[in-house]
Design a protein around this ligand. Sequence first.
Ligand code: BTN
Length: 275
Amino acid sequence: MNRELILKNVSPSWLGGYLEVHESLGSTNDRARELLDERGPSAHGAVVIASAQTRGRGRLGRTWLSAPGLSLALSVALWPLEGEPSPSLALAGSLAAARALRDEVGLSPRLKWPNDVLLGRRKVAGVLLEGRYAGEGAAGLVLGIGVNLNQEREDFPPELRDSAVSAKQASGRPVSLEAFAAALLRPLSGLLALGLADPAALVDAAASWWDHELDEELEVQTGEGAVRGRFAGVGREGELRLRCGAGGVAVRFGEVARVRTAGGARAAREDGGRP
Ligand code: BTN
């Protein structure tokens, strides 16, 4: 991957002033964390990019596969200046990936709570927000974004072939990793700044991108078991709000395990996200 090609297409900003580009790394999140260890607050805005990872991590202890040239792994080191960061900050990553897929590749992605990016019903990108703690509070954060760009169906392991998709599968065209990295960094700069200053405003910015329809029935796997209810929106801190009977619950961590379709509304989006 060519670092200059990426830089040529992004305007100078607080994000990516320090930019490392690797062909292969263990995990870009680990490297961004090392930068926080080494540089402290001055690592704020440093970006690490790799076109392959040997130990990529996903949410909920899962592995994230990044084979050479097929996907983009990008992590940002952050040192928020005030207070506890909101979990909704991860939305900056998913929203930036969704905008880049729309603007650079011409697709119509949607967001699945908490921060997956979907094309049709399949996942094209995921986000992992990790805290680095020292003493009492957070001493740095790492926001990691993984995007499937050039995989064919057989490049995914058999168990993921029906749930994962690449931008190339959906658009029919290969995607330049450098062009996509630049297209991701462009919106990410403003979205992260927004999320750091006003987390609720970031939730508002994502409002029209959710793949969940109001009142649609969702089942969410949480650490304490499954919760069912009707989608009532995403709250100020990024929590999923569900209506259950006469009451409601707010789910902060988990995975939307099943989405019931109402009147086949989703079938129309089974085309892999082409507009
Ligand atoms: C998920 O959906 O489970 C989150 C996937 C996050 C993957 C990215 S790739 C860049 C960064 N480095 C990692 O090891 N993980 C994140």
